[in-house]
Design a protein around this ligand. Structure first.
Ligand code: PHB
Length: 395
């Protein structure tokens, strides 16, 4: 009798549909949740959490998604590398994701290659990151995507001279070089440039130097978050605006979640970027409404929120297509060409040749909308590929 029961149980198990067998996909998330840049990491995580809340029910039957969150504490490549090593060897994650900071993404890249663990970059924006591993795909942006067309726009809109003030590391150097090329190729003249230390920056001496050069505009990149607010306040305190100098840059410097903290000094600042919380396209209205319902009516989602949110959409895509059985090469094949016509930022897709994001860039100006500062979109450059790769034939 017992034997018969056992045989029946075995037969039943064999007949069970594959989907009913519990399958857990482990994703290691390398993010920044402590230290001075923790606010930026919180934005990314809010996007991840919102997507999970809305879509966890859509996972294939029997598939569970386990997110293993690790804190890199800021731009600390050694920490990021150790965390990735542990996630791969101890936690056996099938995917890696996150990376606010370029140096951290670069430190993880060789491990992704060696262990064949696909790595979905949700923020870090230095152009060459994607060339460092065939297992990297990026859903965020590059600084070249924003700063190169901004340079061309500035030269064609009455700005004859510009002074560049950027953070002295990957994305800042990219922003400076991209802007300078776009600007000078179109007849603009650089009045000078400085690079500021990444850690504990004091913007006063750098912006004073820029003011003394009397350019038409200061072009600037600093990492978004509180640092952008500090830059904006110093720009105001030193009276660059009163001296007739405009402030322009990639959208990091008018990041949506900090805009109200920046105050009226931000009014009129022109930026190029792939996302604005103030965008009125239907997908964004739905997104912002859901965001405010989750995190509070005064909260505005920044681009990092969208990076986390769209990154999860890409991860869900590869899980759904493989029914939870993650094969690294199949995952990369699925990410190449993955698209979403209806992201909050507009249509997006992953260029199959470069594994980098293709998306609209929006020229925006800070204006008051219903009494609140907002990055109002005024022009759209459709489906911009990373210009650095286009110009340098890099894959
Ligand atoms: C980066 O390190 O690549 C990075 C960090 C913050 C930003 C943009 C890029 O706002």
């Amino acid at each position: 009798m017992r034997l018969w029961r056992l045989a029946a149980a075995i037969a039943l198990a064999a007949a069970a549909p594959a989907g009913a067998i519990a399958q857990t996909v482990k994703v290691g998330i390398i993010n920044t949740s402590s230290g001075p840049m923790a606010g930026v990491g919180e934005q990314l995580d809010r996007g991840i959490r919102l997507y999970m809340k809305e879509h966890e029910k859509d996972l294939p039957a029997g598939v569970k998604l386990e997110l293993i969150r690790r804190d890199d504490t800021g731009p600390n490549p050694e920490v990021a590398k150790r965390l990735a090593q542990e996630l791969i060897t101890r936690d056996h994650v099938q995917l890696l994701a996150g990376a606010i900071f370029t140096p951290n993404a670069l430190a993880v890249a060789p491990l992704a290659t060696e262990a064949k663990v696909p790595f979905i970059i949700m923020n870090a924006g230095t152009a060459m990151i994607t060339t460092k591993s065939p297992y990297i795909a990026r859903v965020s942006f590059t600084l070249w995507q924003s700063s190169y067309p901004l340079g061309a726009w500035a030269a064609k809109h009455g700005i004859k001279t510009a002074y560049s003030v950027v953070s002295d590391y990957g994305p800042g150097i990219d922003a400076e070089q991209a802007f300078t090329k776009g600007f000078t190729d179109n007849g603009g003249q650089m009045a000078g440039s400085v690079r500021i230390p990444v850690a504990n920056p004091d913007f006063v001496p750098f912006l004073q130097r820029a003011k003394d050069a009397k350019p038409d505009a200061v072009f600037s990149f600093v990492p978004a978050g509180k640092e952008a607010t500090a830059l904006m306040k110093t720009f105001g305190d030193l009276g660059l605006g009163q001296a007739g100098i405009k402030l322009i840059g990639p959208g990091d410097i008018t990041t949506d979640e900090e805009l109200q903290n920046m105050g009226d000094v931000a009014l009129g600042v022109v930026t190029m970027f792939h996302y604005s919380a103030a965008a009125t396209r239907p997908a964004n209205l739905v997104f912002v409404k859901a965001y405010k319902a989750e995190y509070g009516p005064t909260q505005e989602p920044s681009f990092e929120v969208v990076g986390g949110y769209d990154g999860m959409a890409a991860i869900f895509h590869v899980i759904e297509e493989q029914k939870g059985k993650i094969d690294p090469d199949q995952t990369m094949a699925l990410l190449k060409g993955w698209k979403d016509d209806n992201s909050p930022r507009g249509p997006i897709y992953i260029d199959p040749e470069t594994r980098d994001i293709v998306q609209n860039e929006y020229l925006r100006r800070v204006e008051k909308v219903n009494g609140q500062l907002a990055n109002v979109e005024i022009e759209t450059l459709p489906m911009v590929k990373d210009p650095w790769k286009e110009l340098n034939h890099q894959k």
